[in-house]
Ligand binder design. Structure first.
Ligand code: HEC
Ligand code: HEC
Length: 297
């Protein structure tokens, strides 16, 4: 916060507090008598008359109490512009203390699992490692992959055996730790609109769907020229590049003619965020074991 805004906020806050206090004291003083009287101000509305009495003592004292509380609070805690408060309390500080406390409690538990391999955790008697992994998955991954990890449009299903990058324990762990970035280039400009539609027919024919035979024949040589570097000559994909298998009927971006044509025309760039700076290595280990368990029952 700049000094100007800090001063601006402080001045307004203090002015309001002391202004209200002054108003309270000033009106109290200006009242001629401090005791309750029967005298009215002469206003009456709907049978209600206005008396000329001072505020009740308890009310007055409570008001002073709130002012004192407010001032003490602003001295102790952050509230006046950028003044940090004498107690040195911060949101981040509190969060860090709680996190450190949690780490301290859970470190021995995590350490136990760090010494087990992902395969070993699958056969653990009460599967408590997998259950911990599942809870962490729900907190960190389900927004994109779904609570049951079955994915959604653009977010891969993690419960089947169809992998973009591979389903070995180390590969899954790598996907989570370092993140992944799918790079499917756009082909609209290269192929032209007719070429894109022919190519969509060809891609659908790879997974045994009905497709126009002439279009398939026209696109085949172009597929061999343009697509095989990543998807391989028979279209089964390549884990090293995250290029999906096009011969099964499992689609990341949808398997209708229009959706496939859209993918080819404009390309796709799915991003799996890296989690190495978000989750500790031990946590990633547990989550990896859980993800591995989903397709290795
Ligand atoms: C912001 C959304 C998002 C979040 C959060 C996210 N993912 Fe992903 N994840 C993706 C996308 C998108 C892909 C596919 C990347 C691509 O298209 O190349 C992916 C890919 C993966 C893969 C590779 C799948 C394969 O077929 O090879 C794994 C494993 C994975 N995610 C696990 C996780 C786990 C575990 C978490 C939680 C720690 C997580 N993801 C959190 C979006 C996300
Ligand atoms: C540079 C490597 C590369 C080339 C060349 C390439 N692709 Fe891809 N393709 C990918 C990757 C990587 C993905 C996954 C994108 C993602 O995860 O976001 C993909 C995805 C796709 C998909 C979506 C599959 C699904 O499950 O939804 C289709 C369809 C496709 N490619 C067709 C083609 C066709 C047809 C060509 C040739 C004209 C081609 N690709 C050329 C890398 C490539």
């Amino acid at each position: 916060m700049s000094t100007f805004w800090s001063v601006w906020i402080s001045v307004i806050t203090l002015a309001v507090i002391f202004g209200c206090t002054w108003l309270l004291l000033a009106t109290r003083k200006s009242q001629p008598h401090q005791e309750t009287t029967e005298e009215t101000l002469g206003h009456a509305f709907d049978g209600i008359e206005e008396y000329d009495n001072p505020l009740p003592k308890w009310w007055f004292q409570m008001f002073l109490g709130t002012v004192i509380f407010g001032v003490l609070y602003l001295i102790a805690y952050p509230g006046l512009g950028s003044f940090p408060g004498l107690l040195g309390w911060t949101q981040e500080g509190q969060w860090e203390t709680e996190m450190a406390h949690a780490e301290e409690n859970y470190a021995p538990v995590f350490a136990k699992y760090a010494s087990l391999s992902i395969e070993e955790m699958q056969s653990e008697e009460n599967a408590s490692g997998l259950k911990m992994g599942q809870r962490m998955f729900a907190n960190n991954c389900s927004v994109c992959h779904g609570t049951s990890a079955t994915g959604a449009h653009g977010f891969p299903n993690l419960t089947d055996t169809d992998w973009l990058y591979g389903g070995k324990p180390a590969t899954i762990k790598h996907s989570i730790t370092e993140g992944r970035m799918g790079g499917m280039p756009p082909w609209g400009a290269v192929l032209g609109e007719d070429g894109v539609r022919d190519m969509a027919s060809y891609v659908l024919s790879l997974s045994g769907k009905e497709a126009d035979a002439d279009a398939v024949a026209r696109a085949k040589p172009q597929f061999q020229a343009l697509c095989t570097a990543c998807h391989t000559a028979d279209g089964t994909g390549m884990h090293a590049l995250g290029a999906p298998n096009l011969t099964d009927d499992i689609w990341l971006y949808g398997g209708t003619f229009e959706k496939v044509a859209h993918t080819i025309r404009t390309g796709r760039n799915g991003v799996m965020p890296a989690h190495k700076n978000i989750l500790s290595e031990d946590k990633i280990h547990l989550i990896s074991a859980y993800v591995y368990s989903l397709s290795n029952k």
